[in-house]
Design a protein. Structure first.
Length: 217
């Protein structure tokens, strides 16, 4: 199957399976989404969704969060991992939002990525899911699947993002990002599929007999 054929098949398959994929992180607005995405680094969405109700009961907006101590936030978010760094980032970015952005989350990459604890992937999620701007957040799971499906060489997450943006229509990026995540969890996980098990892998590469080794992000 040629790459163009793989792209068309993947789009069709994922649209059939997940026509309207929900955002997995529970949130109410751009700010609560930003905090939830920051917490999700090296942590499952399920765990984050268990923690954020208590955190947002303490403070669910930049003004109130900026008044909290990092120690108090850290105590709540400890189960998410990397709590010392994440708690400082949440409090400090909240202060910056109040002082420099009128208490609102900016809707551009430059200002988002200038916030403490906010990298390109986090900014991409907020841009796409909170504001609807075309973006293609690539996490380790999407990086792995894109390699298995022959869409990138896996040299880096940044390169994978460029390759996926080049291959898929811009108006599909925001939905496709979520669709790949859901498909990876359900059918093509790190342990559940080695490139020779799930339907997309076997359809794209029917002659692949040996496990496909992916490059880590």
């Amino acid at each position: 199957m040629l790459k163009k054929q793989r792209v068309a098949y993947i789009l069709e398959k994922l649209d059939a399976l997940y026509p309207q994929p929900p955002i997995p992180l529970r949130h109410r607005d751009p700010y609560t989404l930003l905090v939830a995405v920051l917490l999700s680094a090296q942590c499952t969405d399920e765990r984050v969704n268990q923690i954020t109700p208590q955190l947002f009961k303490l403070a669910d907006n930049p003004i109130d969060m900026a008044k909290q101590s990092a120690a108090k936030v850290q105590q709540i978010i400890r189960p998410c991992g990397l709590a010392p760094q994440k708690s400082k980032a949440i409090v400090n970015l909240s202060k910056i939002l109040v002082e420099q952005h009128g208490g609102k989350v900016p809707d551009n990459f430059a200002d988002l990525e200038a916030l403490p604890g906010v990298g390109h992937k986090t900014a991409s999620v907020v841009m796409s899911q909170a504001f609807g701007h075309p973006a293609f957040p690539v996490d380790t799971h999407i990086h792995r699947l894109a390699q298995r499906w022959g869409l990138t060489n896996g040299s880096s997450v940044a390169q994978t993002e460029k390759d996926l943006k080049r291959l898929f229509p811009k108006d599909k990026w925001n939905t496709l990002h979520l669709q790949i995540i859901y498909y990876g969890r359900e059918f093509c996980s790190a342990r559940g599929c080695d490139g020779t098990v799930c339907e997309i892998c076997t359809t794209c590469y029917p002659n692949r007999k040996k496990p496909f080794k992916t490059k880590k992000a």
